[in-house]
Every structure is written in C-alpha cells, then in structure tokens.
Design a binder for this molecule. Structure first.
Ligand SMILES: *Cc1c(COP(=O)(O)O)cnc(C)c1O
Length: 430
C-alpha cells in the first residue's frame, strides 16, 4: 500500500539547498511525523496530487482556507475574470467594499474592516490598534494559541513553534516578550488574577475563541463570557482571533456561535478563498483610529488585492447558503466518531472534538482542554497513524497539534473511503 515517494524525496533534497529546511512554512517539512513531505502538483475538489502521481483525500485544505475544496469553479472563475482586467491597481475598487459589506453583515460586532495580506498582519495590526486605543502596553495571550509570527505573539504559540521546541523564538527581544502575559487556555481564574495584578497596564486579551493550533480545543462553558466581563471591567479590549474559525465553524464565526461580542476581530484563511489575505475590524470608535481616518498607522502595497478579494467574495457567497454549516458539521462529526470508535476497537485511548468544518483527534487518556493536555497526547502514536493514513491516501496535518478541516466537496463517497481508511490505519498500527 506504500506510495511511491522518489520524486518528492528528490524535490525535497533540491529545495533544502535553496530554501531554509526546504519549505516556506515550517510544519510542511514533516519534522513532527518524520518521512518525506509530498510535493504537490495539483488540487481538485477534495483531492491533492503529488509529484509521484499519488492522489490523496485532503483534510489540511491549505491549513483551512479551502472550505469549498481545491479549484472550486466559482473561485477559479472569479480569479480568471479579474486577472484579465489586471492583478493590482494600488487604488480602491468597489470589490473591496463588496467584500467588506459581506464580512460586516456576517459579523455584527464589526462596524468597519481593513483588509491586509495575512493572518499575521491582521493580528499584529489589531494589537497595535488596541495599544493605540487604550494607551497601554501589555497584552494577554493563551499558551498554545497561535496568532501568527509577530514578535509580541510568538510566545508559547502552539503547533509549529511548539513542535520544534522553540517556546520563544530567538530574535524576539526579551523587552518585547515581557509585555506579553501567557496564561493557560480555559483558565479564567488565571486571567482574573493577572488583571488583579496588572489591570491598568493591559491593553487587550487576544484569544482563539476555539483553539485550533494545539489541535482543536473548544472553550469551556463561560470562558469566553468571562474574558468579555473582565476586559470590560478593566477597560481593556477583547480581540477574537478568528483567522481560522471565521466562516469555518459558522458563517458568523465562533463569536456568533458562542454569542460573545469582541471589540476587535481578526480574519484570514477562508475569507481569501486560497489567496493570501487577512483582515481586522471591530467597533467604529476603535477602527476610526486607523490611518488615514486616525493616527494608528497601517498600510499595504497589495492590501485589498483584487484577485484575493474576488476569490474571497466568491467563497463567502457560496457559503452563504442554507444548510452549509450543518453539512460541514455532519462531516466533521462522522470523521471524529469513526476515529473514536476505531480507537476504542483497537484499544487506544482517544479524544475528539469538532465544530462546523473543523475537527480534532487526539491519542489521549483525558479530554484536551489546554496546551498542556494537548501536548501530553501521544505524539509517536499520532505519527504512526498519520503515516498509516497517508499510505491509504488520506492526508492529515503532519503534526499531532493541528486541527483537521473538511470542505463542501468531501461528499459521502469520499467520507466513506476515509472512514474505511481510518479503521484500517488504526488496525495497522495496533
Ligand atoms: C493561521 C493563523 C494565523 C496566521 O495567519 P497567516 O495567514 O498564516 O499569517 C493567525 N491566527 C490564527 C488563529 C491562525 O490559525
């Protein structure tokens, strides 16, 4: 059943002489699971095709953006039509307002939104704005939450970083790291005591409203509501980083699902339909400080790029259909229950989580509620399982600390094939 990998191995050897570690983003290198990263040549629907001609059912989906699957016709058409009219103008377009209007209508906490080019830019800009608005410097983030790789946020930041045992990256000045308070996810008492100590200095809490970068870890009942209450009473801002969860768990994001209204929201991934995009937005009185409306500077040569905006618009319009998120969630539920059943059948302790088009599978004794419990899950067993599934043409994230994603084109046939592979992979590693 083992796939041919000679051409991928060859390509990796070449890439390593040209690009640090052979990849342009660390987790792609398979360091957490070992083996040869597959070099891809084509994506179509739920499938990825590699250099050696193998086909995989893809549950990484470019790490979340491809909620319609690869090369969806609406997205391809939108990009193609825009391309022939030019790829960038460096001047405003009506398309940008169309996308902004759609985003604002889906997320009522946002009165205004600014487009950027990545999730990293979105969170970095939201933090600057929060600091500019409050005149305070400290921020709270949660251990295992990833908010991109800006200096203030690259602290105890989950999957990619944690996988490589770089809890703090060299190059982040200690003076900057000292402004970030890192607390355990789902630990409201820790947040309250941090505010009791530093309340007047804290500009904002930034949080993934559903953890997705330590595997998938949902918020405990009352956690997000507690963050809302404590920030309000100390005059700090609450930032929901919905780069992963926005339009992924529900059309109205995690904030719509849990009914908690943040001051600022960051977006990315799905809203770009597979092109490089991010966005941040929120309350009008805060967003009015962003240049040129206000003094907090932030800019971008390719921000609001017409190709990315066209791809994002086509994606969101397709998602704005009755029953889409119920369908996505049913797929996630089926995958997780198959994983749990197979785990039990072959004697492995397993845990699973899902919401909308996002899911988590852990080899762990106890429910995963924070980074510590996620990191205690069995990394070696996950690596065996990952390779057993890869050999059966199912492509999961190459790390035990990543979430999985489904798309609208993972249909019953594809799911049935996946579920058979899950059982067979579990039997093989048992
Ligand atoms: C992916 C991600 C980011 C970073 O986005 P990039 O586009 O990779 O810079 C930030 N926050 C969360 C929650 C993410 O999942």
């Amino acid at each position: 059943m083992t796939h041919r990998t000679a051409r991928s191995a060859e390509a990796m050897k070449r890439a390593q002489t040209l690009i640090p570690g052979g990849v342009n983003s660390p987790v792609r290198a398979f360091r957490a699971v070992g083996g040869t990263p597959r070099f891809m040549t084509r994506g179509e629907g739920p499938y990825l095709y590699d250099l050696d001609g193998n086909r995989y059912i893809d549950y990484v989906l470019s790490w979340g953006p491809l909620i319609l699957g690869h090369a969806h016709q609406a997205v391809v058409q939108a990009i193609t039509e825009q391309t022939v009219r030019g790829t960038s103008y460096g001047a405003p377009t009506e398309l940008e307002s169309d996308l902004a209007a759609l985003i604002l209508s889906a997320l009522p906490s946002m009165d205004l939104v600014r487009m950027v080019n990545s999730g990293t830019e979105a969170t970095m800009s939201a933090l600057r704005l929060a600091r500019g608005f409050t005149g305070r410097s400290k921020i709270i983030k949660f251990i295992g939450c990833y908010h991109g790789h800006a200096d203030s946020l690259l602290i105890r930041a989950g999957s990619g970083v944690a996988t490589f045992s770089l809890p703090d990256s060299p190059g982040v000045p200690p003076e900057i790291a000292a402004l970030t308070i890192s607390l355990p996810y789902n630990d409201l008492a820790a947040v309250e005591s941090a505010f009791a100590q530093f309340g007047e200095e804290i500009a904002a809490i930034i949080v993934e409203p559903v953890g997705g970068n330590m595997g998938m870890v949902p918020p405990k009942d009352g956690f997000l509501q507690g963050l809302r209450a404590v920030t309000q009473s100390y005059g700090a801002l609450l930032i929901f980083d919905e780069v992963m969860t926005g339009f992924r768990v529900r059309f109205g994001g995690a904030q719509g699902y849990y009914g908690v209204k943040p001051d600022l929201t960051t977006l990315g991934k799905v809203i770009g339909g597979g092109l490089p995009v991010g966005a941040y937005g929120g309350r009008k009185d805060i967003m009015d400080l962003v240049a040129p409306a206000g003094p907090v500077y932030q800019a971008g040569t390719l921000s609001g790029n017409p190709l990315a905006v066209a791809a994002g618009l086509a994606t969101l319009k397709t998602l704005a259909t009755e029953g889409v998120y119920e369908g996505l969630e049913a797929r996630s539920a089926q995958l997780v229950s198959t994983f749990l059943d197979a785990g039990k059948r072959y004697g492995f302790p397993v845990q699973g989580t899902f919401l909308g088009g996002m899911f988590g599978c852990f080899f762990a004794e106890h429910p995963v509620t924070d980074y510590e419990s996620a990191a205690q899950s069995d990394k070696a067993r996950y690596a065996s399982y990952f390779h057993a599934l890869l050999d059966r043409s199912v492509y999961l994230a190459p790390s035990h600390l990543e979430a999985g994603f489904v798309s609208l084109v993972h249909d019953d046939v594809v799911l049935a094939e996946t579920c058979e592979a899950i059982d067979s992979a579990m039997r093989a590693i048992h």
